[in-house]
Design a protein around this ligand. Structure first.
Ligand code: HEC
Length: 148
């Protein structure tokens, strides 16, 4: 009787190993691609001309800000927040967390007395998804990822 090579435990193990590498690699590429989509230099100029700068200080690290959280180390903060048990948003990477914070500020509200309205919503404007283009959001995310 001829035994199929695919039924031997060794080749199954090999197959699983190859699959794991392919999947891990695809995820890595995906993360790199979404972070690389934007132009950080354009994002920096944009941040300075939009209302962002009147609320957020990008030169100092979190927490700071009485009115709004400082964003001087937002890339590090984002990576920390997505691992918190109380984080209920959808982001799995720092880039996606920053994107989510801009498009849907209520997805996760940073703890801080002045960061919420009396009815528990984020104080940050909620219309950036409508007033900015996808490319502008990408640029802002790329820029904020440089703030470590
Ligand atoms: C009216 C003030 C205000 C403006 C304008 C504003 N934000 Fe915010 N932002 C906040 C507040 C308050 C929070 C904290 C509450 C929350 O998490 O939603 C916040 C949170 C954030 C966070 C998450 C911070 C963290 O530590 O997790 C990011 C990123 C962010 N803002 C980026 C931006 C960008 C980019 C712009 C401009 C397109 C902007 N914000 C405009 C008030 C503002």
């Amino acid at each position: 009787m001829r035994r199929s090579v695919w039924r031997s435990p060794a080749s199954l193990g090999l197959l699983a190993g190859v699959l794991a590498i392919v999947i891990a690699h695809a995820c890595e590429l995906d993360g790199a691609a979404s972070a690389a989509r934007g132009d950080a230099a354009k994002g920096e100029r944009l941040f300075a001309t939009l209302p962002c700068v009147s609320c957020h200080d990008v030169t100092k690290p979190w927490p700071g800000g009485d009115i709004c959280p400082n964003l001087g180390n937002i890339a590090t903060e984002a990576a920390r927040i997505i691992r918190l048990r109380e984080y209920r948003g959808k982001a799995r990477t720092a880039a996606d967390y920053i994107r989510e914070s801009i498009l849907d500020p209520n997805a996760y509200i940073v703890p801080g007395a002045s960061y919420r309205t009396p009815d528990g919503k984020s104080v940050m404007p909620k219309d950036f998804g409508a007033t900015l283009t996808g490319a502008q959001i990408d640029d802002l995310v790329a820029y904020l990822l440089t703030r470590r």
